[in-house]
Design a protein around this ligand. Structure first.
Ligand SMILES: *Cc1c(COP(=O)(O)O)cnc(C)c1O
Length: 222
């Protein structure tokens, strides 16, 4: 088996310098995160608020923490003081709450809008129409303490690579469309791809992959 450091090196070589690797450390102990940290990794992703806050408190403060899980509005306040990026913004109500809490914390919080691209109902995210209307109406401008940095999506969990590719290609198209409409220097991140599908995602234009099990090994829960 490869060590954490070796796995990170291998993935970085595959994805190239223009793609950011977020190491998804959910369910994994602080020691594993430190191994990755000591090999230079600084971007880490977690999907549970409490787990993220506990790890943030124990670990070096120059880690950039990415929140990638479904986020309940009543928990936003625990993240806004320190989180680097929230990948999973899936409603205007959530965006509004992040803006409010970020303002209290005197921060600007980087956000990605999650688009629903998979079949499964369990995959959260904006419907395309809702997302485009948030952009086209200019409503997003009301939220001055959030910075909309791009889009995130998860493909259907399937062995059908054509299907996965089609879903990522679609997300890329929406990304290009929004990019054209927004004309914002900050809108540049397309977060797609995980252990099973990151190679396809990168081919389809992803510039941020979220990889857990390939780095840290299989998870026993979550
Ligand atoms: C867990 C998770 C990942 C990483 O999954 P792996 O298959 O372990 O790479 C990526 N994105 C999200 C949103 C996740 O919840």
């Amino acid at each position: 088996m490869m060590t954490i450091t070796e796995s990170i090196e291998k993935i970085k070589n595959e994805i190239g310098e223009k793609v950011t690797l977020v190491a998804v450390s959910k369910t994994k102990p602080v020691d594993d995160i430190l191994s990755a940290y000591n090999s230079g990794q600084r971007e880490f992703g977690e999907n549970k608020v409490q787990e993220l806050v506990e790890k943030y408190e124990k670990l070096p403060k120059d880690i950039n923490w990415h929140f990638i899980g479904h986020l309940q509005r009543n928990k936003v306040k625990f993240l806004t003081p320190f989180v680097d990026m929230i990948h999973s913004v899936d409603s205007v109500k959530l965006l509004k709450e992040i803006d409010k809490r970020a303002s209290t914390d005197k921060r600007i919080v980087n956000c990605l809008l999650q688009l629903s691209i998979a079949d499964e109902e369990s995959k959260f995210g904006f419907e395309e129409g809702e997302l485009l209307s948030l952009i086209e109406t200019g409503k997003y401008k009301e939220f001055s303490n959030v910075r909309i940095c791009g889009l995130m999506g998860m493909a259907t969990n399937t062995v059908d690579e054509n299907k996965i590719q089609g879903e990522f290609a679609h997300l890329r198209k929406v990304f290009d469309n929004v990019h054209g409409t927004l004309d914002s220097e900050h809108f540049k991140i397309l977060s797609m791809g995980m252990t099973s599908d990151y190679a396809i995602a990168v081919k389809e234009g992803s510039n941020m992959v979220r990889i857990g099990s390939l780095i840290f090994g299989e998870r026993s829960y979550h």
